[in-house]
Design a protein around this ligand. Structure first.
Ligand code: ADP
Ligand code: MG
Length: 309
């Protein structure tokens, strides 16, 4: 698929400290791309370079195949990590002012803001002062300002960090909706579960280096271990467990069950398939539960970081 944004071989040092060490990412048009990594990994630095706030020491960024130009800012919506709003201004006044800076007419800005305030259930905040807002409330306002001019590329730095679960869910739904409407979205996070729910593509950055990137589904396929989670009922569970133990690598499984199941994970050999396992089990137990174990982004993160240590 065609890429909207490509960052190529980016290096960045702050004094003697390397914040980005030859990091490249490519973001396909119309996708959601998660930049994942622990605090201090270099995520914000990369996002700031893409937004032309910081210059890279080496490397280049391309938007739509062309080297990034200052005028491209008009096509990018950026929610920075430090959410600065003018504390003494009123919410509506501030939002209108920032919307005008993005080139919207006063009428258009007002109409769009009213639409978004309603959508995020904050109609009543128009005349509140920014300083009266909690961190999460201010973040909602900034989210709106980021997306208001309908840029083709949206960049959110830790978009969920200030939110309670309900509002984080609300923002997630909005991000998915923006993708439906054709936007390309890049966001950073140190929270693995938001990658599961949202991303088509991801890159894992750890200590200034990119350790892994690609399509989330393909990465998961690559990291799966031919393991199945089963819930079994048998006449003689001890006997069955002994038999299974001799034949497979077993592990503990946790899942909800209304039966008094023997709950296990069963790892197969590389050349075996789920049908082999089912055939094997069918004469020996009642199979109440049978699913493939798909590695979580968190599992993948831990595995990759350990491998690279
Ligand atoms: P992340 O967003 O992944 O948490 P950052 O990109 O903010 O990480 O920071 C990566 C590293 O670079 C950190 O160790 C941070 O202290 C350092 N760093 C970031 N910006 C600066 C700066 N302007 N001057 C010096 N060090 C910086
Ligand atoms: Mg950061």
């Amino acid at each position: 698929m065609e890429n909207l944004l490509v960052a190529e071989n980016i290096y960045k040092k702050f004094g003697g400290f390397t914040a980005l060490n030859n990091v490249s990412i490519s973001i396909p048009k119309g996708s959601i791309f998660g930049l994942l990594g622990p605090n201090g990994a270099g995520k914000t630095t990369l996002l700031r370079i893409i937004n032309q706030i910081t210059m890279p020491d080496e490397g280049q960024v391309f938007l739509d195949g062309k080297p990034l130009h200052p005028s491209d800012i008009a096509h990018i919506g950026y929610l920075p990590e430090e959410r600065g709003l003018y504390k003494s201004m009123k919410v509506g006044e501030q939002a209108l002012y920032l919307a005008r800076l993005k080139g919207l007419s006063k009428a258009e800005a007002k109409a769009r803001l009213e639409y978004w305030f309603k959508k995020l259930h904050i109609e009543g905040w128009w005349n509140k002062k920014i300083q009266e807002l909690s961190k999460g409330m201010a973040q909602k306002v900034q989210f709106i300002i980021t997306v208001l001019h309908k840029p083709k590329l949206l960049i959110f730095d830790e978009p969920f960090s200030g939110f309670d679960p309900v509002n984080a869910g609300l923002i997630k739904d909005e991000i998915l909706q923006l993708k439906e409407e054709g936007a390309t979205i890049l966001f950073s996070t140190h929270r693995m579960e938001s990658v599961e729910e949202l991303c088509d593509y991801m890159a894992l950055i750890h200590k200034s280096n990119k350790l892994l990137d690609g399509k989330v589904s393909e990465i998961k396929r690559e990291y799966k271990s031919n393991t199945y989670e089963v819930g079994l009922e048998a006449e003689n569970e001890t006997e069955l467990l002994k038999e299974l133990n001799e034949r497979f690598v077993l592990g503990k499984a946790k899942f909800q069950s209304i039966n008094d199941d023997l709950k296990l994970t069963i790892q197969l050999q590389e050349n075996e398939t789920q049908n082999d396992l089912l055939t094997y089990l069918i004469g020996k137990a009642r199979i109440n539960h049978f699913v493939e174990v798909i590695p979580s982004v968190n599992d993948i993160f831990i595995k990759t970081v350990t491998q690279n240590a």
